[in-house]
Design a protein around this ligand. Structure first.
Ligand SMILES: *Cc1c(COP(=O)(O)O)cnc(C)c1O
Length: 423
C-alpha cells in the first residue's frame, strides 16, 4: 500500500506530480510520502496491539536515517533502533526520546558506548563478551548500571539473501544461543550492567513466518532457563526483518497481523514488554527514486535505457540482485507495445544495472522514470562514487513538498579535501 498513483496520466506522490518536483529539484532524487510512512506505522502498531502485545516499535534508522523521515515516525510514537553514534545523534536530533532508543550492533566502540550511557537510552543490545566487559566498565565508572539485553544468535536460517541473513552460526552477529546462559551469568556479576532482556534479529526481507517462529521459540526456551535461574527478564527485543512487496511477481510477504500473531503465540504469555525494530517495513514502499532517461541505445542484441541515476544512488540491484519495479512518470498508453529493455546507469561497472530485459513501454530521452520501493536502504546506502553528488531527498505531505536533504554542490563535495603542502 502506498500513495504513489497516476492522476491525469502522470505519476503523483500524494497530491504532488513527480514531474513538478523534478523540475524544481533536478534528477535523480528520492521522494518519500508522509501518508505512506504514517499508514505503515499505524498498521504495524495496530497489528501488535490487536494481538494483545505490550509493544514498543523502534524504527531501525539504518533503513532511512533522514531526519524528516525519523521525525515523522517519532511524532506517531516510534522509538529508534540505532547501530552507531551517528544514528543515535540523528535519532535524538529528530526528537526520539532517549527512553525509546535501543542501541544494536556488533562493533560498538568504547566511545560510542560512553555516548549511549551518557544519554541514558532505553537499552543496549550487547553482542559479545568483550563488549559486555567494556560496557560494564564504562557504565560503572559513571556510577550507573546500564540496562542491557544480550543479542542471541538463534541459529535459524532466515531463508533470505545471503548478504542480509544474520541469524545463523556462520554470521558475525550475536552470541551463540547455546552459550547464552553462561554469558548471562557472567553479566549478572558485573557492576555496570543490569540484565533486562533478550534480543535477536535474524535477517532482513523475510517473506516467510516460519524462521521467525523458530527463532522466537528458541528465545522462549532461553527465557525459561534464565527465569529459572533467577533473572528478571522483562523485555524481549525481536529485531526487524519483515519483508515488503517489491512487485516482482513473487508471493507477497506476510501481513503484520500474521507476524504479530506469531509473536503472541510464541511469547505473548511471558509477561514481557515486546520491542520490535522494523526498518524496511515502515519506509520501503514510502519512497521512490526518480530519474531521467539520458539516452536510448540500441545494442547488438538489446536496447539500453541509460538513466541519470546510478548504482551510487541506489545500490540494492548491484549488491543484492534486488528487483525494483519501474514506472514511467508519464502514464504509458495502454495500447503501446512493451518491449524488453535493460535499464542502466552511467557508471563504468557492469553492476550499474537496475533492470535486465524488463518489459517497458516506448521511452524517449528526457522521460522520467520512478524506481519503486526505494525508501529503505536507498538513500541510506548512497555514495558519491564517480564524484557524483549525493542524491537529494524530498518529503511530500498532501499537496506540499520539501527538500529534506539537498544535493551538495561540487564545491561542497570538495570541502573536506585538501592538498598537502608538498603539492
Ligand atoms: C537491520 C536491522 C533491523 C531492521 O531490519 P529490516 O529488515 O529493515 O526490518 C533491525 N534490527 C537490527 C539489529 C538490524 O541490524
Amino acid at each position: 500500500m502506498n500513495h504513489f498513483d497516476y492522476r491525469d496520466g502522470t505519476l503523483h506522490a500524494e497530491a504532488v506530480p513527480l514531474a513538478e518536483i523534478a523540475a524544481r529539484v533536478g534528477t535523480p532524487f528520492y521522494c518519500y510520502s508522509t501518508a505512506t510512512l504514517e499508514h505503515h506505522f499505524r498498521v504495524f502498531a495496530a497489528a501488535l496491539a490487536t494481538a494483545g502485545l505490550d509493544a514498543t516499535v523502534c524504527f531501525a534508522l539504518k533503513a532511512n536515517p533522514n531526519i524528516a523521515v525519523v521525525r515523522t515516525l517519532a511524532a506517531l510514537g516510534a522509538g529508534a533502533d540505532v547501530v552507531s553514534e551517528g544514528e543515535l545523534r540523528q535519532a535524538l536530533a529528530a526528537g526520539v526520546p532517549p527512553a525509546r532508543i535501543v542501541f544494536s550492533g556488533v562493533g560498538k566502540t568504547r566511545h560510542e558506548l560512553e555516548f549511549a550511557v551518557a544519554k541514558g537510552i532505553l537499552q543496549i543490545n550487547v553482542e559479545s563478551e568483550p563488549e559486555l566487559l567494556a560496557l560494564s566498565e564504562i557504565a560503572a565508572a559513571r556510577g550507573v548500571r546500564m540496562p542491557i539485553a544480550l543479542r542471541v544468535n538463534p541459529d535459524v536460517d532466515a531463508g533470505t539473501h545471503a548478504k542480509i541473513t544474520t541469524g545463523t552460526k556462520e554470521n558475525k552477529f550475536g552470541i551463540e544461543w547455546t552459550r547464552a546462559h553462561e554469558v548471562y551469568r557472567r553479566a549478572r556479576d558485573l557492576p555496570g550492567v543490569e540484565v533486562v532482556g533478550v534480543a535477536c534479529h535474524i535477517g532482513s526481507q523475510l517473506t516467510d513466518l516460519e524462521p521467525f517462529r523458530a527463532a522466537f521459540l528458541r528465545v522462549r526456551d532461553l527465557v525459561a532457563i534464565l527465569k529459572a535461574d533467577g533473572f528478571a527478564i522483562r523485555r524481549l527485543d525481536l529485531g526487524g526483518g519483515l519483508g515488503v512487496p517489491y512487485d516482482d511477481g513473487t508471493e507477497p510477504p506476510p501481513h503484520p497481523d500474521d507476524y504479530a500473531r506469531v509473536i503472541a503465540t510464541t511469547l505473548g504469555d511471558l509477561g514481557c514488554r515486546i520491542v520490535v525494530e522494523p526498518g524496511r517495513l515502515l519506509v520501503g514502499n514510502a519512497g521512490v527514486l526518480v530519474s531521467r532517461v539520458v539516452y536510448l541505445k540500441e545494442g547488438a542484441t538489446r536496447t539500453f535505457v541509460i538513466i541519470d541515476a546510478a548504482m551510487n544512488d541506489l545500490v540494492r540491484p548491484a549488491m543484492y540482485e534486488a528487483y525494483h519495479h519501474i514506472l514511467p512518470v508519464r502514464e504509458a498508453d495502454p495500447q503501446a507495445p512493451c518491449a524488453l529493455k535493460d535499464v542502466v546507469g552511467p557508471v563504468c561497472e557492469t553492476g550499474d544495472t537496475f533492470a535486465r530485459q524488463r518489459p517497458l513501454p516506448p521511452l524517449a530521452s528526457g522521460d522520467l522514470l520512478a524506481m519503486c520501493t526505494a525508501g529503505a536502504y536507498g538513500a541510506a546506502m548512497s555514495s558519491s562514487y564517480n564524484s557524483r553528488p549525493l542524491v537529494p531527498e524530498v518529503l511530500v505531505k498532501g499537496d506540499r513538498f520539501a527538500i529534506v536533504r539537498a544535493r551538495p554542490t561540487y564545491e561542497e563535495m570538495r570541502a573536506f579535501e585538501s592538498l598537502p603542502d608538498w603539492l
